[in-house]
Design a protein around this ligand. Sequence first.
Ligand SMILES: NC(=O)c1ccc[n+]([C@@H]2O[C@H](COP(=O)([O-])OP(=O)(O)OC[C@H]3O[C@@H](n4cnc5c(N)ncnc54)[C@H](OP(=O)(O)O)[C@@H]3O)[C@@H](O)[C@H]2O)c1
Length: 342
Amino acid sequence: MKNKVQAGAQADGRAAGETDSMRAAVREVYGPADVIHESRRARPRIKADEVLIRVGAAGLDRGTWHMMTGKPYAMRAATGLRRPRNQVLGLDVAGTVAAVGAAVTLFREGDEVFGFGQGSFAEYTVAKERKLAPMPAGLSFAQAAVVPVSGATALQALRDAGRIQAGQNVLITGAGGGVGSYAVQLAKAFGATVTGVCSTAKMELVRSLGADHVVDYTREDFADGGPKYDLILDFAGSPTLSRLRRALVPTGTAVIGGSEQGGNFTGLGRQLRALAVSPFVPQRFLMLIAAERGPDLEQLSGFIADGHLTPCLERSYPLALVAQAMRHLESGSVRGKVAITL
Ligand SMILES: NC(=O)c1ccc[n+]([C@@H]2O[C@H](COP(=O)([O-])OP(=O)(O)OC[C@H]3O[C@@H](n4cnc5c(N)ncnc54)[C@H](OP(=O)(O)O)[C@@H]3O)[C@@H](O)[C@H]2O)c1
């Protein structure tokens, strides 16, 4: 029997007599990592199609960095013009279902799930039912929590935008980072020959993820007359379009997903230039804005179950150290992903 929240019952999953507040990592203003602090907030309430999750762990990703800084500025139209509307940071989550809305059919109290929450750096978060999937077997909460944003982005970039085919020659920039560490493993699982681009410090890591070739961008230029690629996933380094064109075969595709870290108003300048150029050149240039979908999480779980994908979790931080975790991400030295554990 599913434990649904009925009229008059607690929509925030509280047992009788339990306090309504929770610990959370918040920021009241946009800014650098110093704006983050731990505080108490009201436990979120759920709507009919939502699930309340007791957070086991939350993943840290570049999107959450953008939410912290409020850059690029255009995003503030959705997140709050002068101050963030939702003060609790965090999107990726893995945890245990504490309560479900009246229209939820896929999950019930006690289920372990992972997916996209709203403010997951807290003891409790809320997620739409359609943005969740059952926890992948054999993973800890911290490992599962670093999958959704980066894993789904890599999957959609390869499968949907890139239409990857077995036997293709695929180049992945940022291969030792969040998206890249999934993209290398998934491209191998799709049967491609994979070249990862990263700094010297991450070459061993990228090799260990299964890359056939590794380019150290501090010593070599992947567009400098070497092999040509059928597909390039461009999530780091902001290569110019002419460099991407030089590195692609004449019918190749470049999927541009990496932003310019808030350097302009929309953060999408390079992507928009690529879209404008694409109709006039033989190669395809696409921009990707990843979607939050439960079925993609299930496909990622399948890759994990059959041994093709292992989340690359460098380390975990407690909730009190979210600012420190954010500074580590900002430094660019994270090997794969970091998690926040509750
Ligand atoms: N479009 C979407 O929907 C979407 C979704 C998720 C993320 N993103 C964007 O994608 C980008 C990457 O995200 P992420 O989560 O993977 O970030 P991340 O975890 O910080 O990884 C970025 C990686 O890029 C590497 N890098 C830096 N300069 C490079 C260069 N010139 N060539 C190759 N690698 C370089 C960094 O390490 P090393 O320099 O040590 O190699 C780092 O490992 C961000 O801009 C993010 O906003 C977009």
